[in-house]
Design a protein around this ligand. Structure first.
Ligand code: FAD
Length: 463
């Protein structure tokens, strides 16, 4: 980064609306590159990623994981221990993590000279943004570059009378006012299955409503099957092929009515059925920005149809991941500051983004999936090795899952892979690097991995 600092003395005025990973990363990079940056955030910097979605959900999952480890203590040669969830302690733990993240991001922005404005931002034109501060003052900011990174929020259908008490969105659940005795989760995508895992590990009874015939319908069926098995083993009830269509409040609980006539009854229901963009009252029309379903339409540089306006993160309608939002933020700063013209510039290849699902076992993948390649008739080589061959997996007392690598049969270049098992979210980074750097399976075979380590299975799967 330092070699690119302040190229040619360019000083552009950036105004960024939204302080999540997209906006804050863009702000720090643009400031380092010599821009004058104002970041507008109506709530707290760090964004929904830190405060409402990614971080609190992972903190709760980590607490559930610690409980599970203690429950299994006897299998690790320890005396059996009883563990109970302390909801208040969990709440303060989440608050503490959020406070620390917020102050480190705020400090980083300040250290780069970014001006933070606490208020609601809205476009007035391709070069002007209006801020209504939390104190109610209105300020108009002139900008050479405007970056929209206002994120998204949970989708709430008309038939779901969310009350934050028994009928919840994911944002009401960190943790909810009371631990559900029986939680019904509607939606079996990534978010839904993570909440099933989370509440099941806290001891709640859980029913999952799955609209298709597979949980995680977008994922490799072999991967999804491992998770389905694990859910069933842990007593999760699965309503396969059922679409929720109404929610009825009853005394001390809820009933979820499905389109096939089935009814799930529980103490609480949580909706995990996607998100909608935060683009209402953002002034897109005033500036002439083209959007689709509320998402800003962007090109491969994350630039909208208006040359001065870019969009990063969930609002750009690309992959809704924090990691993608930050990368877009950095790329926007580089592009708007002209770095792409000064040297080699790589566009984001969304197909090479690694992603993970923090269930038990964890699931992670990157690049080309076997089922997709098969459906498209592409020639691939698939190799798969189970963790049961790994000494480290035995030491960990967890040999579930496998590593699967998809490569080009002609060149050996690694095209993608999936990992199911403990620490899959960490291990996938090796395959993500291989995919983005066009490494071959032979490169993985030749790598000297630590022994004993789960990563050794990557080398074996590459053979
Ligand atoms: C339950 C859940 C778990 C997730 N877990 C993961 C995970 O493990 N890993 C991962 O990579 N991704 C995860 N995600 C996705 C991730 O949270 C999002 O992709 C990420 O937050 C997008 O970042 P962003 O910068 O676009 O916006 P956000 O993080 O949503 O931030 C947008 C900010 O803009 C502010 N804002 C909005 N409108 C205005 C306005 N007009 N003026 C001023 N400020 C405004 C908001 O207050 C907010 O702070 C998860 C999502 C959910 C729902």
């Amino acid at each position: 980064m330092s070699q690119h600092s302040k190229p040619g003395g360019i000083s552009k005025r950036f105004v960024i609306i939204g302080g999540g990973p997209g906006g804050t990363t863009c702000a720090t990079y643009a400031a380092r590159l010599g821009a004058t940056v104002t970041l507008i955030e109506r709530d707290l910097v760090g964004g929904a990623a830190h405060l409402l979605d990614c971080i609190p959900s992972k903190a709760m999952i980590a607490t559930g994981g610690a409980m599970a480890m203690m429950k299994d203590a006897s299998e690790m040669g320890l005396a059996k221990v009883d563990v109970l969830l302390d909801v208040d302690a969990l709440r303060s733990r989440i608050q503490d993590i959020e406070d620390r993240l917020e102050s480190s991001v705020t400090e980083l922005l300040r250290s780069q000279g970014v001006r933070l404005v606490h208020g609601h931002g809205r476009l007035l034109s391709p070069n002007q943004v209006e801020v209504t501060t939390v104190e109610g003052q209105i300020e108009v900011l002139d900008a050479d570059i405007i970056v929209l990174s206002t994120g998204s929020r949970p989708r709430i259908p008309d038939w779901a009378p969310v009350d934050g008490h028994r009928i919840l969105t994911t944002r009401d659940a960190y943790p909810p006012p009371e631990l559900p005795e029986h939680l019904i989760v509607v939606g079996s995508g990534v978010t839904g299955v993570e909440f099933v895992h989370m509440f099941n590990s806290f001891g709640s009874k859980v029913t999952l409503i799955v609209s298709r015939q597979q949980v995680l319908p977008e994922k490799d069926p072999e991967v999804a099957a491992v998770l389905e098995r694990s859910f069933l083993d842990r007593g999760v009830r699965l309503f396969m092929g059922a679409r929720a269509e109404s929610i009825e409040s009853i005394e001390h609980g809820v009933k979820v009515h499905c389109d096939d006539g089935r009814v799930a009854q529980g103490s609480h229901v949580l909706l995990a059925i996607g998100s909608v963009p935060n683009s209402d009252n953002l002034g897109l029309e005033a500036a002439g920005v083209v959007s689709d379903g509320g998402y800003v339409v962007v090109d491969h540089n994350c630039r909208s149809n208006i040359a001065t306006i870019y969009a990063a993160g969930d609002l750009s309608g690309k992959l809704p991941l924090s990691s993608v939002a930050s990368t877009q933020g950095r790329k926007i700063a580089e592009h708007a500051m002209g770095l792409h013209a000064a040297g080699p510039h790589r566009h984001i290849d969304y197909d090479k983004a690694a992603s993970a699902i923090f269930t038990d076992p964890e699931i992670a993948d990157v690049g080309v999936a076997e089922a997709d390649a098969f459906a498209e008739g592409r020639k691939i080589r698939v190799t798969k090795v189970p963790f049961s061959v790994s000494a480290k997996a035995l030491i960990n007392n967890d040999s579930r899952g496998f590593v699967k690598i998809v490569s080009d049969p002609a060149t050996g270049v690694v095209m993608g892979g999936s990992i199911v098992g403990r620490h899959a979210a960490e291990l996938i980074s090796v395959l993500a690097l291989a995919v983005s750097a066009n490494l071959t399976v032979q490169d993985l075979v030749e790598s000297l991995f630590v022994h004993p380590a789960l990563a050794e299975v990557l080398g074996e799967a590459a053979e």
